[in-house]
Design a binder for this molecule. Structure first.
Ligand SMILES: [Zn+2]
Length: 240
């Protein structure tokens, strides 16, 4: 009887089952920790890089700019099968182009190959962004050096050679339900007060799968999340 209980006492599995708290690997600390997956996900998201030009989480708006003449380190041309006019002149960062191709294939599959997701706009130069702004309000078009397109991160999407305009359409709904699995996020969903821009269903940017999934699951836009967690507005408006 004594030896039998000793075996239990020195058995790590016995103690694990007594504690009954899961150990989860935390890539930030490099340790297994007794935290829930949700807590660790929150920590990972909080430690992402929202400021470097090369970061996939680079945050951009009227007060968060890119360096002048920024060029991404890993630029590729998008396969013309995935562009709205069969052009091969659209350019993107390699990782984003790969993730888009996976997403476009899943999209076609979901609609029995009767619908095709294509790119109508990807990277834009600062000169082109300036030209766009000259006949477009600041609520619609970003100022030069603040556009997610200039950062090589954003795509404007079409379906079957039509602009995705409808909020309620089945194509938009598929993206709203699935794009986060490929790292994409619809930047402008909640109007000017929250996002700084009017709603734009066709505009999707890459943020990486973890952050896109977090935004999807918590029903937040990137700007909403950023000003809640990374730069709370209360601090910025301390003069008022
Ligand atoms: Zn766009």
């Amino acid at each position: 009887m004594f030896w039998w209980s000793l075996t239990f006492a020195f058995n790590p599995f016995f103690w694990d089952s007594q504690l009954n708290i899961p150990w989860t690997y935390n890539p930030i600390s490099g340790f297994y920790e007794q935290k829930s997956k949700e807590e660790i996900t929150k920590e990972i998201i909080a430690n992402m890089d929202y400021y470097s030009d090369d970061s996939f989480q680079k945050f951009l708006d009227d007060s968060h700019w890119l360096s002048s003449n920024y060029n991404a380190p890993d630029i590729v041309r998008i396969n013309s099968d995935f562009t709205s006019n069969k052009s091969s002149n659209f350019m993107l960062r390699q990782k984003i182009a790969e993730m888009f191709e996976w997403m476009a294939r899943a999209f076609s599959n979901a609609f029995n190959f009767k619908a095709k997701l294509t790119i109508n706009s990807a990277w834009r130069s600062q000169a082109y962004q300036r030209q766009l702004l000259s006949n477009c309000s600041a609520w619609r078009c970003a100022k030069p050096w603040t556009s997610e397109h200039e950062a090589w991160l954003a795509l404007d999407l079409w379906v079957n050679w039509w602009n995705i305009k409808a909020w309620s359409g089945k194509y938009y709904q598929w993206l709203a339900d699935n794009a986060h699995k490929y790292g994409f996020h619809n930047s402008y969903q909640k109007w000017i007060d929250v996002d700084g821009k009017i709603v734009e269903p066709r505009h999707w940017r890459y943020v990486w799968v973890d952050l896109a999934t977090y935004l999807h699951d918590t029903n937040q836009t990137f700007a909403e999340y950023f000003y809640k967690n990374i730069e709370p507005k209360e601090q910025n408006n301390s003069d008022f």
